[in-house]
Design a protein around this ligand. Structure first.
Ligand SMILES: Cc1ncc(COP(=O)(O)O)c(C=O)c1O
Length: 403
């Protein structure tokens, strides 16, 4: 944890815990580095589903080419904050109301998931028009990844053979303009694997379009750039990714590439901070019970990993009994929920952990608070804090909503 952040966390009052702290200057630096690493012909969208905190979005807004949203709710949220920013609307199961909303909101792209969805879109067009990408589930070997959404039977996108039926629908409806294809096949890819996949995808897309006499203006190759929760210092190799994209782009001179990462953009800027309420030993094993738990930070339960953390010692102990503590031993860090699944980190070695010490979980800026089962057991919600950045004005109503 960098000193400015540690200082901020140290100044949180006890009754503000658990707390989410977002380091906005670090986020801005990170997204600038991502942007700088990418060739000009690559457009960078941020997948708002990873974290749609208004100040996080505001920090990113000047550095990305737009936002990818995956529901009418996300679309309203983003449009309320940024009336003019380009928005791509993707995701399965769009309703008739959501498609109408997308047209009214003038989304820049609509990612079509199926023939049914395309037909539904044409039925609500009225006098409007829209640019679409067809989402494809290509049969490629994705390899070992954290989460595969394609490459095998899946509800996401269309098998290549189903695309031709969509072309027939499009031929009869010129107000729905086909700009290209969309493929988000996996999450948790390393740069080298991501490049190998993009290479295959673009070759396939060129052949597919060539055989049908279609000019592909763009291919959105999705997100999925990996975050290594076992090595929080090791960030996705954006420089290597950008360098590797250049020769691929040179082989496809007329196509624009879009990426839409989420996790790898915001994971690093978020911290979930709490305090140790109890240290217990059961059958010789140490357990630290924290204020809060996976109802605030579901990431470790969802991904079945130990969330990396730092201990921030608090030396003040005013109780008239010995302070419970663990020393030089593995500790399982749990929350306050009545379920054995409420585990934030399992048997992680600590030098010392005492009741009253603070614990700050790293990599809590993506798929963390917003994917958590927040109402389970009706414990208080965390408080939210943003490490200040003079360039990021606070949109008050949203900040209040989040707290
Ligand atoms: C269509 C689509 N695009 C982008 C993303 C973002 O993926 P990630 O956060 O792994 O970069 C997702 C995540 O599920 C997705 O479904």
């Amino acid at each position: 944890m960098r000193p400015a952040l540690l200082d901020h966390v140290g100044r949180l009052k006890d009754d503000e815990l658990p707390a989410y702290v977002y380091d906005l200057p670090a986020l801005r630096e990170h997204v600038q580095a991502i942007r700088a690493a990418l060739p000009k012909r690559v457009e960078l969208l941020y997948a708002a589903k990873a974290n749609s905190d208004p100040l996080v979005l505001r920090t990113l807004a000047g550095h990305v080419d737009g936002f990818e949203v995956a529901s009418g709710g996300e679309l309203s949220h983003v449009r309320a904050l940024f009336p003019d920013i380009p928005v791509a609307f993707g995701g399965p199961g769009k309703t008739e109301a959501e498609l109408t909303q997308a047209l009214d909101a003038r989304v820049e792209r609509l990612h079509v998931e199926s023939e049914q969805e395309l037909r539904l879109l044409t039925s609500v067009l009225g006098d409007r028009s829209v640019d679409v990408l067809l989402r494809v589930n290509l049969s490629v070997d994705i390899g070992q990844v954290a989460l595969a959404m394609g490459g095998h039977a899946s509800p996401f996108g269309m098998d290549p053979v189903q695309l031709d039926r969509c072309l027939n629908v499009l031929a009869a409806e010129p107000r729905v303009r086909l700009r290209g294809l969309h493929l988000h096949l996996a999450s948790g890819l390393r740069a080298r694997n991501q490049l190998r996949l993009i290479d295959k995808v673009l070759d396939w897309a060129r052949d597919w379009a060539g055989q049908r006499g279609i000019t592909l203006a763009e291919v959105n190759v999705g997100g999925g750039m990996g975050v290594d929760y076992t090595r929080p210092q090791e960030v996705f190799d954006w420089a290597g990714f950008g360098a590797g994209l250049r020769p691929i782009l040179a082989r496809h001179p007329h196509v624009r590439i879009r990426i839409e990462p989420g996790r790898s953009v915001t994971a690093y800027c978020g911290w979930y901070v709490s305090e140790v309420l109890d240290i217990k030993f059961s059958r010789g094993q140490a357990f630290a019970v924290l204020r809060g738990g996976t109802h605030h930070l579901r990431t470790p339960a969802a991904k079945q990993h130990s969330q990396p953390f730092e201990v921030i010692p608090d030396d003040v102990w005013l109780r008239p009994w010995d302070r419970p503590q663990a020393h030089d031993e593995p500790v399982t860090v749990v929350g306050q929920l009545c379920t054995p699944k409420d585990v934030l980190a399992r048997r992680v070695m600590v030098d010392r952990l005492r009741v009253g010490d603070r614990v700050a979980f790293a990599l809590a800026g993506a798929y963390a608070w917003n994917i958590s089962h927040q109402s389970f057991l009706m414990h208080p919600r965390p408080t939210f804090h943003h490490l200040d950045d003079a360039e990021v004005p606070a949109p008050d109503p949203y900040v209040r909503q989040m707290s």
